[in-house]
Design a protein around this ligand. Structure first.
Ligand SMILES: NC(=O)c1ccc[n+]([C@@H]2O[C@H](COP(=O)([O-])OP(=O)(O)OC[C@H]3O[C@@H](n4cnc5c(N)ncnc54)[C@H](OP(=O)(O)O)[C@@H]3O)[C@@H](O)[C@H]2O)c1
Length: 261
């Protein structure tokens, strides 16, 4: 396990630019973020994130999640935002948390904000839509009402009520958004994982036991452990939290069917 606390704060400042330039990063950032450097031309590289409790919950049953993680876990989430071109959340997360999705806890640029809002049901006052100079997009079905002024509509077809995660990534890549953070929530992330559309998954586990709550990932039930998705992983200490950096790229074809609704 590597200790990120050995890093000097100044080491981070150049990382967002170096990642975009395809350059090697100083440690400990190369270990934590180097896997996000290789976005291929015309294609998206997608990283999912989960901030979860020791018992695998990402929110209480009422949907309260702010904040499961402490200062180091939050800083890691903001570092992820700073190195990607776009951050994607589902409409459920906007309804529950009304997140700003900006970079505030570390230095670095804020990414474009993408909300998957098939019905165009979110209010114009949602903070993800705030006019702050950052690009904002809403992924909606073709007949949904237009998004708030200044928010680009990315209209995609639905199949069985679902946007295909690969179609979402292709559409974002076509707009020049090639390194993408799927920030949540559970439903959104489970669909991207199930579709084999995540290249990496960063799980930051906080030393808290909730005992009940929303599970981070839900996939169809399996009978035997040999059917489970077992992935190459490196663990990093983030103060009293632990980052599990999972490499899903080689396993994408083995990812299974549709998530449990
Ligand atoms: N701890 C963490 O790291 C973390 C991170 C983010 C969120 N959260 C928590 O997660 C909870 C929200 O998660 P959630 O699972 O309820 O909701 P969610 O994943 O944020 O949003 C799900 C909704 O987004 C839309 N959507 C997303 N992907 C879609 C697709 N491929 N095709 C069609 N529609 C799609 C649908 O909107 P409609 O409902 O409009 O049909 C769907 O019901 C909140 O409690 C939040 O606090 C935790």
């Amino acid at each position: 396990m590597q200790d990120s606390f050995t890093a000097r704060a100044g080491d981070w400042a150049e990382v967002p630019r170096r990642i975009r330039a395809g350059l090697h990063l100083p440690e400990p950032w190369e270990s934590q973020f180097g896997g996000l450097r290789q976005a291929s031309p015309g294609k998206c590289l997608a990283v999912g994130q989960l901030g979860q409790s020791l018992d695998g919950r990402i929110a209480t049953l009422s949907g309260h999640a702010q904040y499961i993680n402490g200062a180091e876990g939050l800083a890691h989430l903001h570092r992820l935002r700073a190195v990607v071109d776009a951050v994607v959340v589902g409409a459920g997360t906007v309804r529950a948390d009304d997140p700003q999705l900006t970079v505030r806890h570390v230095s670095g640029p804020s990414p474009a904000r993408v909300v998957i809002d098939p019905r165009g049901s979110l209010p114009a006052t949602a903070r993800a839509f705030a006019a702050d100079g950052i690009r904002r997009l809403a992924i909606t079905r073709e007949d949904a009402p237009p998004p708030p002024a200044g928010v680009e509509a990315l209209r995609l077809p639905l199949t069985d009520g679902i946007f295909s995660p690969s179609a979402i990534l292709d559409a974002l890549a076509a707009l020049g958004l090639r390194r993408v953070l799927i920030e949540g929530g559970a439903w959104t992330l489970s669909h991207f994982l199930s579709a084999g559309c995540l290249h990496r998954l960063h799980v930051v586990v906080a030393p808290v036991i909730m005992g009940s709550g929303i599970a981070g990932l839900t996939l169809p039930p399996i009978d035997r452990m040999n059917e489970a998705l077992r992935v190459p992983m490196r663990a990093h200490s983030l103060g009293d939290e632990v980052l599990f950096d999972c490499d899903l790229s080689a396993h994408a074809p083995q990812q299974r069917g549709k998530p449990v609704p």
